[in-house]
Ligand binder design. Structure first.
Ligand SMILES: NC(=O)c1ccc[n+]([C@@H]2O[C@H](COP(=O)([O-])OP(=O)(O)OC[C@H]3O[C@@H](n4cnc5c(N)ncnc54)[C@H](O)[C@@H]3O)[C@@H](O)[C@H]2O)c1
Ligand SMILES: [Zn+2]
Length: 370
């Protein structure tokens, strides 16, 4: 079992990474004194698959447990779902010892964290991430959010959990599409900060896709470490440091929004976004052709999409303009300069962005086949 601390002074918390550690969660909670009445936010599948044994363990450790089940879709990240949950939690919050457990992937994590942030101006919560993507990325760092129809993650709060509890053994039921989605974020970490991680994924992607324990443990640990260090340096993304985690997300979020959050998973959208950003970097002569190709090749090799079939380009540009990463009408992109290093650039000429977008339209979209 490994432990990483996200160092945020009085808001510091541990990330526990282990294998089959799930059944010991009660004793971890006892050590952080978090409350006594657990509200587990999850979906139906995860409630049956993991929830009941989680509840058993919590009951044994002296907690009460109440489930709140949300639909299994990005559309759960909505104002309607937030208020439904808050009303329901309010009704059972009698002894005022409530805390929230986000049991699920990034959707449940973002939604539950936001509910925890605004209910009574903040109650304790922990993240129990069950997808690869959530374990390496979304469960860490306290970015909580819901979507609006005009854009993704437009309503939210920075609100840190008290514990992130990542049990790699929970990943064994993920399908390949979800593993690939997580791999997109792992490739992102490689490009922005960790050449060795990038090399590792190049070498081991087949065993990662087979969900072998060792490479998964390595990637979850390494990625969690990078994310926790970046978050510790710039918790609220006010110093321009945390911004690098958005590599691929500018175009990626716009694609998710335009696709109604159904067409692409988060990881698939940012895979295309990473290619667009790499090509922008290439055109601005920030990135050499060989490195640009390596990024594109790895994304294709793991079976992520490298392009889009058709798109309403005007809508894409309008959606891009609404992105939080565009400040005062000025665009802002995270651009790779080598594998392991990125820069943040503002005011990229629109013609360059448009050319990058054109270049990803009608690329080979037969992803997921290899
Ligand atoms: N807060 C952040 O910093 C941050 C970072 C990255 C992504 N995100 C957000 O995360 C979301 C994407 O997260 P995701 O990729 O985890 O998607 P998700 O939460 O939709 O989960 C994907 C699917 O996997 C299923 N699932 C979950 N655990 C499973 C398991 N153990 N076995 C089998 N199936 C399982 C879910 O039910 C769902 O159908 C997006 O909304 C994105 O915006 C947030
Ligand atoms: Zn992401």
């Amino acid at each position: 079992m490994k432990k990483i601390v996200v160092n945020l002074k009085q808001r510091s918390y541990p990330i526990i990474i282990g294998f089959k550690t799930f059944s010991r969660i009660g004793s971890f909670l006892n050590s952080i004194k978090i409350g006594k009445d657990a509200v587990v936010i999850t979906n139906n599948f995860l409630k049956k698959r993991i929830g009941f044994s989680l509840a058993k363990n919590l009951l044994k450790s002296g907690y009460t447990v109440k489930f709140e089940v949300v639909p299994d879709t990005e559309r759960s990240k909505s104002a309607a779902e937030v208020f439904r949950l808050i009303n329901s939690i309010g009704k059972i919050d009698i002894k005022k010892r409530i805390f929230i457990i986000a049991l699920g992937g990034g959707v449940i994590g973002d939604l539950s964290g936001f509910v925890a942030a605004i209910y009574k101006r903040g109650v304790n919560y922990i993240q129990v991430p069950t997808t690869f993507l959530a374990q390496i990325d979304s469960a860490i760092g306290g970015k909580t959010a819901i979507d609006l129809s005009v854009g993704k993650n437009l309503v939210g709060a920075f609100y840190q959990p008290k514990l992130v509890f990542s049990d790699i053994s929970l990943l064994k039921t993920l399908d390949k599409r979800q593993v690939r989605s997580g791999l997109a974020e792992a490739i992102k970490y490689g490009v922005i900060k960790d050449k060795a991680l990038f090399n590792f994924i190049e070498k081991n992607y087949k065993s990662i896709l087979r969900l072998e324990r060792k490479p998964l443990e390595f990637i979850v640990y390494r990625s969690s470490l990078i994310k926790s260090k970046v978050v510790a340096l710039d918790e609220k993304e006010s110093k321009g440091i945390r911004t690098i985690l958005n590599y691929g997300h500018t175009v990626g979020h716009a694609l998710e929004t335009i696709g109604g959050y159904r067409e692409y998973s988060h990881g698939e959208a940012i895979a295309i976004g990473m290619i667009a950003a790499a090509r922008i970097a290439r055109e601005l002569d920030l990135l050499d052709a060989a490195s640009c190709q390596r990024i594109e090749r790895l994304i294709a090799k793991v079976g992520l999409p490298v392009g889009i079939k058709k798109i309403n380009k005007t809508r894409l540009m309008t959606t891009l303009n609404r992105d939080k990463k565009f400040i005062k009408g000025m665009n802002r992109f995270v651009l790779p300069v080598s594998i392991g290093n990125v820069v943040v650039r503002q005011n990229i000429p629109l013609s360059v962005i448009k050319r990058a977008i054109d270049s990803i339209i009608n690329e080979d979209t037969t992803y997921g086949m290899k």
